[in-house]
Write a protein that binds this ligand. Structure first.
Ligand SMILES: [Fe+2]
Ligand SMILES: [Fe+2]
Length: 297
């Protein structure tokens, strides 16, 4: 764990600092993801990493007792969630969180400029960012497969929600940047709590537990960088609004996933979001991620 090396993600930044940080992030992200495969919505280094996991699969020592309970409830909760075991709840919860991410990026991918038409460094960053998010969905899919769930389908949301997600990236920056930043922050908070939950739920499954953590870490490393990057889009007023948005935004989002309240301490997640300063992220992950200069002590 780091100790006080970093400052709050809500720390102020000047216009010049933000510009320099965009340039720095652009350098970082090209090294980090490698070549962008626009057609496949994929990145070379991430693809190779996923393949290394797929080529060395691990399995549960004791297979899921009732996979049908997962398949019955993963898109929508049909049973009383309190009647489900923690393992099933955790897996349906992972799917639901990832599904929101997938729907959001699917809508955005078609409306933001592709790399050939990205002229500003911000546009280029955003294109690679979206490709990374598609890689995350593949990693989530691999998590579910690791637990023996190989028949998962990625189901679109209803037509109205899909439309909302499609419109979102077309909003002007001053409306879009704060919720986009808080969404990334919520991702990191959720993944940190999920990482701890693996110790509890997978206590008797050491191989799968370590694999799930390794898969999740790949995602979290990107998301930590996204938090800094999306923060960098925001000016002095927006950053105050973002801080204020954490509580209502997290509450609203997590209320939509009934598993969350049974598995996680939502109040603690909100507190962690408001207090986020990169110091809780292990050093080996920080080393592969990105933090804005104005968040370094
Ligand atoms: Fe993501
Ligand atoms: Fe992200």
């Amino acid at each position: 764990m780091g100790s006080g090396k970093f400052l709050s993600v809500f720390s102020p930044a000047t216009e010049e600092e933000r510009k320099a940080n965009f340039d720095d992030y652009w350098e970082f992200t090209q090294q980090h993801g490698g070549e962008l495969f626009e057609e496949d919505r994929d990145l070379a280094i991430k693809r190779a990493k996923l393949k290394s996991f797929q080529d060395n699969p691990v399995k549960l020592r004791k297979p899921l007792a009732d996979p049908d309970a997962f398949y019955r409830n993963y898109v929508e909760m049909k049973d009383d969630p309190k009647s489900l075991d923690k393992m099933t709840l955790m897996l349906t919860c992972i799917y639901k969180f990832a599904r929101h991410e997938w729907v959001g990026i699917k809508g955005a991918w078609d409306v933001v400029p592709d790399m050939a038409n990205s002229h500003s460094v911000e546009d280029k960053i955003s294109r690679v960012h979206l490709a990374e998010e598609f890689c995350h969905v593949r990693l989530f899919d691999e998590m579910l497969r690791t637990c023996g769930l190989d028949k998962v389908e990625w189901v679109p949301l209803g037509p109205i929600s899909e439309k909302v997600y499609e419109q979102f990236p077309k909003f002007p920056g001053f409306l879009m940047d704060t919720p986009a930043f808080v969404t990334e922050l919520m991702g990191v908070t959720f993944y940190c709590h999920l990482h701890k939950l693996f110790d509890d739920v997978l206590a008797d499954e050491p191989e799968v537990r370590e694999r799930m953590k390794a898969l999740l870490d790949e995602i979290t490393i990107d998301e930590v960088a996204h938090v800094g990057q999306r923060r960098n889009f925001i000016g002095p007023t927006g950053i105050k609004i973002s801080e204020w948005l954490v509580s209502p935004f997290y509450s609203m989002f997590f209320k939509d996933i009934p598993e969350v309240a049974l598995l996680f301490d939502v109040k603690q997640m909100i507190d962690d979001g408001k207090a986020f300063d990169f110091n809780s992220i292990p050093q080996h992950m920080i080393d592969r991620s990105w933090v804005p200069t104005y968040c370094k002590a």
